[in-house]
Design a protein around this ligand. Structure first.
Ligand code: ADP
Length: 290
C-alpha cells in the first residue's frame, strides 16, 4: 500500500498559494510532514482527507482514486485533526461508541471494539469520565482511539503534540509508534523532534512546495561535513548573519551558539559538528526561500 500524491495545487480565494505542484510517495509506516506554520501542511492533509478540494492534481491510496471516491477513502481513513474535541459531556465510552456507530461498525461488535481501543490507548481507567474533562495528553490519546476505529489503512495526525507536556508527549509518541506496521501514518508537524523520534521517511514543505522528500538519514547525509558551530557574542549576531549562512542559533548559558552552513571551515573559531534534523530543516527552508 502506498499513498501517491501527484501535482497537487491549491490557491485560496485570497490568492495564497497553499500548495504548488506537490508530489509525494508515502509508504506504510510513520511518515513525517515537516514544515513551519503556514507551510501548507493542513491544506495538504485536509485535501487527502477529502475535507477540502484541490485545484488540480491527484491522490491515490493503492488503486483507490481518493479525490473521486471520497466515501471509500473516508471508510479507510482515520483522522486526528489539529483542533480536536469540543465535546458535550459524554464519557469516553459513550463518545467512542457514538463514533463507532457513525463509522458503520455493526452493533454486535461495537462494545468489543470500543473496549479494546480504550485499553490500547491506556484510557480504560478513565473511560467513564467526560472527554471534556481530560488533560491534553488524554485527549490526544482519545483522538488516536477514534482515529483507529474501523481499522483504517491511512491515519492522518495533524500537529498532535502541541500543548502536551514532555511526559504526555512521550506517551503519545509510544502509542503512535505502536500503530500497525501495515498502516500509513502521516504525522504533520512543525516540531522537528516529533519526526526525528518517530519517522523513517519524511518530507519538508514550505510555501506550498516540497523542499525535501526522503529518509531523515539521507537528509543528514547531505549535510555531512557542512555544518559548523561557533559560540559568539550577542552583539555579533547580526554581523554573522550577514556574512554567513546561519541556519540556526541557540542560547547556551545566555550566549548564542550558531550553526553555519558551508562547504569549508567558514573562519577561525568554527568547529565542525554533526548535522541534526533541525539543521536539515532550516537549511532546506533557507535554500527554498533564496
Ligand atoms: P500549515 O498547516 O502548514 O500551518 P496551512 O495549510 O494551514 O499551513 O496554510 C497554508 C497557507 O494558506 C497559509 O498562508 C494560510 O494562511 C493560508 N490558508 C489556510 N487556509 C486558508 C483559507 N481557508 N483561506 C485562505 N487562506 C488560507
Amino acid at each position: 500500500m502506498q499513498l501517491t500524491i501527484r501535482n497537487l495545487s491549491k490557491t485560496y480565494s485570497n490568492g495564497v498559494k497553499a500548495l504548488q505542484d506537490v508530489s509525494l510517495d508515502i509508504p506504510t509506516g510513520m511518515y513525517g510532514l515537516l514544515g513551519p506554520n503556514g507551510a501548507g501542511k493542513s491544506t495538504l492533509m485536509r485535501t487527502v482527507a477529502t475535507l477540502q478540494t484541490a485545484d488540480s492534481g491527484s491522490v491515490m491510496l493503492g488503486d483507490l482514486n481518493v479525490l473521486e471516491d471520497k466515501e471509500e477513502l473516508r471508510r479507510r481513513l482515520g483522522y486526528l485533526p489539529q483542533e480536536f474535541g469540543v465535546y458535550a459531556r459524554l464519557s469516553a465510552v459513550g463518545m467512542l461508541t457514538h463514533l463507532a456507530t457513525l463509522k458503520g461498525i455493526p452493533s454486535g461488535e461495537r462494545k468489543e471494539v470500543v473496549n479494546a481501543l480504550l485499553q490500547r490507548v491506556n484510557l480504560w481507567e478513565h473511560r467513564k469520565k467526560a472527554v471534556s474533562s481530560y488533560s491534553g495528553g488524554m485527549r490526544q490519546r482519545f483522538g488516536i482511539a477514534q482515529a483507529l476505529l474501523g481499522a483504517p489503512q491511512l491515519i492522518i495526525v495533524d500537529e498532535p503534540t502541541a500543548g502536551l507536556d514532555p511526559g504526555e508527549r512521550n506517551r503519545f509518541y509510544n502509542l503512535l509508534s505502536e500503530i500497525g506496521e501495515n498502516v500509513i501514518v502521516i504525522l504533520s508537524t512543525h516540531i522537528v523532534e516529533d519526526v526525528k523520534e518517530l519517522c523513517s521517511n519524511m518530507a519538508i514543505i514550505n510555501n506550498g512546495r516540497v523542499l525535501y522528500a526522503g529518509s531523515p538519514d539521507a537528509a543528514l547525509e547531505q549535510l555531512q561535513g557542512k555544518v559548523w558551530e561557533k559560540a559568539i557574542a550577542k552583539s555579533e549576531f547580526e554581523a554573522y548573519q550577514q556574512q554567513y549562512q546561519v541556519i540556526s542559533s541557540k542560547l547556551v548559558a545566555g550566549k548564542p551558539i550558531i550553526h553555519v552552513l558551508s562547504d569549508a571551515r567558514p573562519a577561525e573559531g568554527f568547529q565542525p559538528v554533526d548535522a541534526d534534523l533541525e539543521d536539515v530543516f532550516f537549511a532546506k527552508i533557507m535554500a527554498g526561500s533564496l
